[in-house]
Structures are given as structure tokens and as C-alpha cells.
Design a protein around this ligand. Structure first.
Ligand SMILES: NC(=O)C1=CN([C@@H]2O[C@H](COP(=O)(O)OP(=O)(O)OC[C@H]3O[C@@H](n4cnc5c(N)ncnc54)[C@H](O)[C@@H]3O)[C@@H](O)[C@H]2O)C=CC1
Ligand SMILES: C[N+](C)(C)CC(=O)CC(=O)[O-]
Length: 486
């Protein structure tokens, strides 16, 4: 039988918790007096179903059962874990805890509070020992962090059990050892937020300029190494001590509205440098740089796929270089069309030390996409409901593409009619053909799911290319089947 979680308060955060538990196989009962709560949670859950499973190639367990309770008592009955996510008002949270504890005895009660201390939440509670902070980050169904903050009155076993449950649903419980207003992470968010409000109010930056300042630079760095490891690298070979020596004195300069700073002295330097050594000392600065670089490449490539933030800048830069390639290497008349200019990256190399086979298909689809765009069957055409589908591919590996090789992708039209396009794509290193991919494309009415004639304006562009390519020598690989002797 599935385990049960109760979510009290089903707004932005409660909805995210409900989705995370459900998608991890827990049954979830939600209590929220808002008549819109069911609709809102349904919408959050729909987004979560598209998002959370996409983080892994390992399938999620069968989804748990979602129910909406009429009372807190009904919601918490039989619940092994309770998460309170009502509005950020202490007296409301106290009322809710009192109702929960009339019905539930001993189950851990995590609070999503952004800033109240656990000792404040526990005031006047029937059983303070099971109430603690479990502060998540939006979207709760995707981001792993939950700051788990106990107080002196917390039961250590309950806290450990709660942390284990959070791990089971894929979270990273960060145990906050000393309670403090706004825990750890929200203190940073508040500092940055308040600084940003001043910058906007003082007319120094717009909201958009502030967001660009974050997402084009330090936000990406923070996302993979945080603050201290990033600054350790910024100290160069001399590391954190050098960084502190260089920038410590700025603490008293007016670089921020937050001018209440710790005294910059040897004691502070030793404390920070010592903790940084313990955290990161196992890696040399150069190793850390390489780790950082690979992480940033992963992030930025992901953003590129979404044409978003720093990824948009990369795409624009690629487009400029690609245009320069086409201008320099204008395809001579009567030759296969040179459509793609690419390179072999470390992640493409397989255990045999050469470019892995799936990458040839990537190049071929870049080539065919560029060709389809050229004949007017690009993304606008697809959005309007027609497309060319690849019906058949025969790849011949004729050489080995190695790390760092610069490759060109060309396309030669072998034949065509209204519905079909038969082409030979070649992957070249200089003049050497490393692979050929013979492909048959079918023109399809996407809605009907049937082959049909391409639009006249597409055929008008395709025919002269096909005519010019008739004069080219027929590639030896054309029409070959697997195992055929040359
Ligand atoms: N929105 C955010 O970015 C984050 C918020 N939090 C914390 O999560 C908690 C909830 O915040 P949000 O979800 O953003 O607020 P919200 O306003 O979206 O949701 C609060 C929900 O509580 C419900 N509610 C009010 N009284 C209730 C009661 N007596 N019993 C049950 N439900 C009741 C409301 O109907 C509403 O649906 C707050 O403590 C907040 O500080 C934590 C992390 C991030
Ligand atoms: C703005 N906030 C204080 C509610 C932010 C959080 O608590 C965490 C988050 O998800 O940003």
C-alpha cells in the first residue's frame, strides 16, 4: 500500500509538494479551504508530470492517489508525513498546527515557512518536538533543496526520519544547525532582492537589466559551485586566502547597501580559508576550473536548446559564425550543397576513441533541416502542418572522426518527386568522406498522418537543385544495402 502524505495549504508551494510526493508514488491528501485549490493543484501537477520524470532515464514509480479533504483531521489521518504550506502568517500557522495535532500523533510536521524559526512555530504546540522547518524552493517538484531546521525542542529521531523521507522523494535536506530568521538560503535571496529593489528605485537599473546581470554571469556560476568554491577559483593559484586579501578591504567600501559587515581580520580569513580548504582542497585550482567549465558548458548548452538567457547569446554567436562559413565556402555550382559546419567535441567520443555513431545522425539531421529551410520547408512550414519525415537511412562509416576534427555536412539530391526526396548526405573532414547517409524523406500532411504532395512553392525551389545535381556523379554508396560487396 502506498504511503500517505498530508499537504495543508495547497497554493504555489503546497501544490509543488503534492506533485513531488505523488510522482514519487505517495498518496497525497490536500486540505485547503480555497475553492480554486483543486484546479490550481491540477495545473501544477500537469506541469510537474511533464517536468520531474524528464530529469531521469529511470522511470518514476506508479503515481500515488490525490485526494482533497474537507477538514485537516481528514487530511492528516494515517499520514506518515505532514507538510504545512499555508500563508506566511505565524498565528495562522499556529492555528493549523493545533488542528493537525488534535488528529495526528507523532507524525513529522514540516513547515514550508520562508523565514519563521522553528522555535517560533513550536510556540504553544501540543507536541513541539515533531514540528520543524522544511523550507523548499520553487518549483518544489524539481528543485532538490529543502532546508531542514530543528530547534532545541525538536526530537532528533523525527528530524532524521523526515530527512530520510525527503531523500526518498528526491530532495536534498540541508540540515541547518542553528535556527535563524530566514534560515540560510533566504538570507541570500533577501540580500540580493533588497539590493535589487534599491537599484530599480534609484533608477540605476531596470528589472530586465538586473536579471541579465544575474543570468548572463554569476547566476550560472552559483548554480554549479555556489559562492565560496567560485571565489576560491577567483583567487587563482593562491586560492581563497589571496581572494580574501584582494577583496577583503572592499568590505568597508560602499559597494552595497549592506554596510553592517564582519571585521576583516586574520581570524575571519583563517576561518573562511580553513573551511574552504576542507570543502574544496582535494581539488587543485586548475581541476576546479575544469570542473566549473564542464558544468557551465552543460548549463549553457541546455539554455541554448531553449534559446533562453545566456543560451540565446550563444545561438546568435553561432549564427554569425555559420553565416561567415557559408559566405567563405559558398558551394560551387553543380556540387553537393555544404550546409553544416561542425566539430567533434569530447562528449561525442565513444569507448573506441572516435565519434560515436549517434552523432552522425545528429549531423545528418542538421544538414537535412538546413536543406529543408533552404527550400522553404523550415519551421514555419512545419508549424502550418506539413513536413518532410525521414523514412529510411543507410549510414556507411568510411573513416573515423576524432576529437577536435572539423566536419562539413553536405547534401546531394539523388531524385525527387512531389512526395519524395532521396538524398545523399556526406560528413566530410576536408575532402575525405568520413561517413555517408543515404536518406529517403516523405512529404507528410501532419494532421492526416499521410504522405501528400509538397507545396508548389517548395517544389519550385527543390526542382532546380535536383536538376543541377543530376549532373553530379552518382555516389558509389547510393542504393547499397548492408553486407553488399563492392
Ligand atoms: N512562494 C514562494 O516562492 C515560496 C513560499 N514558501 C512558503 O510556503 C508557504 C506557502 O506559500 P505559497 O504557497 O507561496 O502561498 P500561497 O498563497 O500560494 O498559498 C497559501 C495557501 O494556503 C491556503 N490556506 C490559507 N489558510 C489555510 C488554512 N487554514 N488551512 C489550509 N490552507 C490554508 C490558501 O488558501 C492558499 O492556497 C509560506 O509559508 C511561504 O513562506 C516557501 C518557499 C518559496
Ligand atoms: C521569496 N521567498 C522568500 C518566498 C522565497 C523562498 O522562500 C524560496 C524560493 O523558492 O525562492
Amino acid at each position: 500500500m502506498a504511503r500517505k502524505a498530508a499537504i495543508i495549504g495547497g497554493g504555489v508551494i503546497g501544490g509543488g509538494w503534492a506533485a513531488r510526493f505523488l510522482l514519487n508514488g505517495w498518496d497525497v491528501a490536500v486540505f485547503d479551504p480555497d475553492p480554486e485549490a483543486e484546479r490550481k493543484i491540477g495545473e501544477v501537477l500537469a506541469n510537474a508530470r511533464n517536468a520531474l520524470p524528464a530529469l531521469s532515464d529511470v522511470p518514476m514509480p506508479a503515481e500515488g492517489r490525490l485526494s482533497f479533504a474537507d477538514t485537516i483531521t481528514e487530511a492528516v489521518e494515517g499520514a506518515e508525513y505532514i507538510q504545512e504550506s499555508v500563508s506566511e502568517r505565524l498565528e495562522l500557522k499556529h492555528r493549523v498546527f493545533a488542528q493537525i495535532q488534535q488528529a495526528s500523533h507523532g507524525a513529522p510536521i514540516g513547515s514550508s515557512t520562508s523565514g519563521f524559526k522553528p522555535s517560533e512555530l513550536q510556540e504553544n504546540a501540543a507536541d513541539p518536538s515533531v514540528i520543524f522547518v522544511a523550507h523548499p524552493f520553487n518549483p518544489v517538484y524539481l528543485l532538490p533543496l529543502a532546508e531542514v531546521v530543528p530547534s532545541a525542542k525538536s526530537d532528533a529521531k523525527v528530524i532524521e526520519n523526515a530527512k530520510e523521507i525527503l531523500r526518498e522523494i528526491g530532495m536534498f535536506p540541508l540540515h541547518v544547525r542553528k535556527e535563524i530568521d530566514a534560515h540560510i538560503a533566504d538570507r541570500f535571496l533577501e540580500a540580493v532582492w533588497r539590493e535589487a529593489l534599491w537599484l530599480v528605485k534609484d533608477g540605476i537599473a531596470t528589472t530586465e537589466e538586473i536579471d541579465e546581470a544575474i543570468r548572463m554571469g554569476f547566476g550560472l556560476r552559483w548554480g554549479q559551485m555556489g559562492l565560496f568554491e567560485t571565489y576560491r577559483i577567483a583567487g587563482g593559484e593562491a586560492g581563497m586566502k589571496h581572494f580574501l586579501a584582494q577583496f577583503g578591504p572592499c568590505l568597508t567600501w560602499p559597494w552595497t547597501k549592506l554596510m553592517d559587515v564582519p571585521e576583516f581580520n586574520d581570524e575571519l580569513v583563517d576561518l573562511i580559508a580553513g573551511q574552504s580548504d576542507a570543502q574544496s582542497g582535494k581539488h587543485s585550482i586548475r581541476e576546479l576550473e575544469r570542473i566549473r567549465d564542464q558544468n557551465l558548458i552543460g548549463f549553457m548548452r541546455a539554455l541554448k536548446e531553449r534559446n533562453w538567457g545566456a543560451g540565446k547569446v550563444l545561438l546568435e554567436h553561432d549564427a554569425r559564425r555559420q553565416a561567415a562559413f557559408h559566405a567563405d565556402a559558398a558551394t560551387p555550382a553543380g556540387a553537393p550543397l555544404a550546409l553544416v559546419n561542425t566539430q567533434v567535441l569530447p562528449g561525442y567520443i565513444d569507448y573506441n576513441g572516435h565519434m560515436t555513431e549517434s552523432r552522425y545522425l545528429y549531423i545528418a539531421s542538421d544538414v537535412s533541416n538546413a536543406f529543408l529551410a533552404l527550400i522553404g520547408a523550415g519551421m514555419d512550414y512545419v508549424s502550418a502542418g506539413h513536413s518532410y519525415y525521414t523514412a529510411e537511412t543507410h549510414i556507411m562509416h568510411l573513416g573515423e572522426a576524432k576529437l577536435g576534427d572539423r566536419l562539413t555536412g553536405t547534401l546531394q539530391v539523388l531524385s525527387m518527386d512531389e512526395k519524395r526526396l532521396h538524398a545523399m548526405i556526406r560528413v566530410l573532414r576536408g575532402d575525405e568522406v568520413v561517413a555517408s547517409l543515404e536518406q529517403m524523406f516523405l512529404h507528410v500532411d501532419m494532421k492526416a498522418g499521410k504522405a501528400c504532395a509538397a507545396a508548389p512553392e517548395v517544389l519550385e525551389k527543390l526542382r532546380p537543385i535536383a536538376k543541377a545535381h543530376e549532373a553530379l556523379p552518382r555516389p558509389e554508396a547510393a542504393g547499397r544495402y548492408v553486407g553488399q560487396r563492392k
